[in-house]
Design a protein around this ligand. Structure first.
Ligand SMILES: Cc1cc2nc3c(=O)[nH]c(=O)nc-3n(C[C@H](O)[C@H](O)[C@H](O)COP(=O)(O)OP(=O)(O)OC[C@H]3O[C@@H](n4cnc5c(N)ncnc54)[C@H](O)[C@@H]3O)c2cc1C
Length: 384
């Protein structure tokens, strides 16, 4: 690692921007290279759990975060055919008390804008837009100097990952995501603005929560789907998206299918995962966020892991520790989160007797005992 020169970061997504702020907090300058010419509003809603908000608070962003998000009182699991509540995990003030940081929901673009504003205001961070990084060498060609370290925060389709021997590979997960929005005024009574609600069904689930800044509810559904390489067409017209979505949700409660018929802006995209593998090349190049470990959204932890990676990377580098030590430290945490996601996938999409068993077990659990299951995840104290 070259001392004295800036750290170069490829990608100004959640991982890249958080890394720039985390390095700046340790007094280390960064240069961030983003391939798009302007960071535009992209993506859907995001749940930010206490392990992520604890870090954003340390980066001085708590007040700004609270202006653009809402804190749900509970996170509810609801049967998608009967609308019966199966379980409720307390959040809101309970989350602040138990995990010493808040749980909130917001639009992904609001988080990105907030991070971007903080980066632009920080004299130690320099952002270059419209710069696509294809290899570690392309950074030296732009800056004319060698970087202290190169951070690949360039997402699931990472170019820098191709330059890390033994890194994981992106592969279609077998699931597709669907996203719609519904104006607050058109929402049915079972869409509760004080809750995050996950409606569960056979082989699919649907998560709903409010985006108060937009006066809408964010609706994200995950179902199984075909390999996009063979039959998927990501440029499907909205009517076709809706048709396929309704097909996937046939048999669900008519209140839900009615919403899927009227909610607007239907879009869909395939979900890809990056398999486990190397995260770094010596002490020169390191991968973080989706570039290192894109995961399924069943535990709602992809952005949270990107934020943890970014913050802890700065701590390891500032403390003079190797990238190997950083990668070992993060890999076990990410593996545990992935296992939790795989468990949720199994439980959320269960059918037949497994589904009945799931509902019975969950309905017998007290809220406190459900919350205790998340202590290792939400109560995580990052290396600082
Ligand atoms: C349906 C769904 C729901 C989700 N819900 C949640 C949730 O509730 N909570 C949660 O924590 N996570 C959630 N996630 C996951 C989360 O959105 C991602 O894990 C997170 O955005 C990853 O951030 P990143 O910065 O690593 O990658 P990205 O956000 O993909 O950013 C990568 C950046 O790099 C740029 N880039 C790419 N290639 C290059 C290049 N060659 N050179 C320069 N720049 C480049 C891109 O333009 C982009 O700006 C969800 C994901 C999905 C699909």
């Amino acid at each position: 690692m070259k001392q004295g020169t800036p750290v170069a970061i490829a990608g100004a997504g959640i991982a890249g921007l958080t890394a720039a702020l985390s390095f700046a907090r340790k007094g280390i300058p960064t240069e961030i290279f983003e391939r798009t010419g302007a960071l535009k509003e992209a993506g859907a809603g995001l749940q930010l759990s206490p392990n992520a908000t604890r870090i954003l608070t340390r980066l001085g962003l708590a007040e700004r975060l609270e202006r653009v998000w809402s804190e749900p009182e509970t996170i509810n699991l609801v049967d998608g055919s009967s609308l019966r509540t199966i379980a409720a995990v307390p959040s809101g003030t309970f989350a602040r008390g138990r995990w010493h940081a808040p749980y909130g929901v917001l639009h992904r673009a609001d988080l990105q804008t907030m991070l971007l504003d903080a980066v632009n205001a920080n004299p130690l961070c320099r952002l270059y837009l419209g710069q696509q990084i294809e290899s570690p060498n392309s950074i030296a060609e732009i800056t004319g100097t060698e970087s202290r370290l190169i951070v690949g925060a360039d997402g699931v389709w990472s170019s820098l990952r191709q330059h890390v021997q033994g890194a994981g590979k992106a592969a279609f997960s077998g699931n597709v995501a669907w996203r719609l929005t519904l104006g607050e005024a058109n929402a049915p009574v079972f869409f509760d603005a004080a809750k995050v609600t996950a409606f569960l069904g056979n082989g699919s689930h649907l998560v709903v929560y409010p985006l108060p800044q937009k006066h809408t509810f964010n609706i994200v559904a995950i179902t199984s789907g075909a390999d996009p390489g063979k039959t998927w067409d990501s440029t499907l017209p909205p009517d076709e998206v809706r048709h396929r979505l309704l097909d996937a949700f046939s048999g669900w409660h008519p209140g839900i299918t009615g919403i899927l018929q009227t909610a607007v802006e239907p879009t869909t995209w395939p979900l890809y995962e990056v398999s486990a593998g190397a995260w770094h090349r010596g002490d020169e190049v390191v991968l973080i966020g989706d570039a290192a470990h894109a995961m399924m959204p069943f535990a709602a932890q992809g952005a949270a892991m990107a934020i943890e990676d970014a913050f802890e990377l700065a701590s390891f580098v500032a403390g003079g520790q190797s990238l190997a030590a950083f990668a070992d430290h993060r890999r076990s945490r990410v593996a545990r989160v992935r296992s939790r996601g795989a468990f949720n996938r199994f439980a959320y999409h269960a059918r037949g007797p497994i589904r009945l068993g799931r509902d019975l077990v969950l309905s017998l659990r007290r809220s406190e005992s459900l919350a205790a299951e998340f202590d290792w995840l939400y109560g995580y104290e990052p290396k600082d």
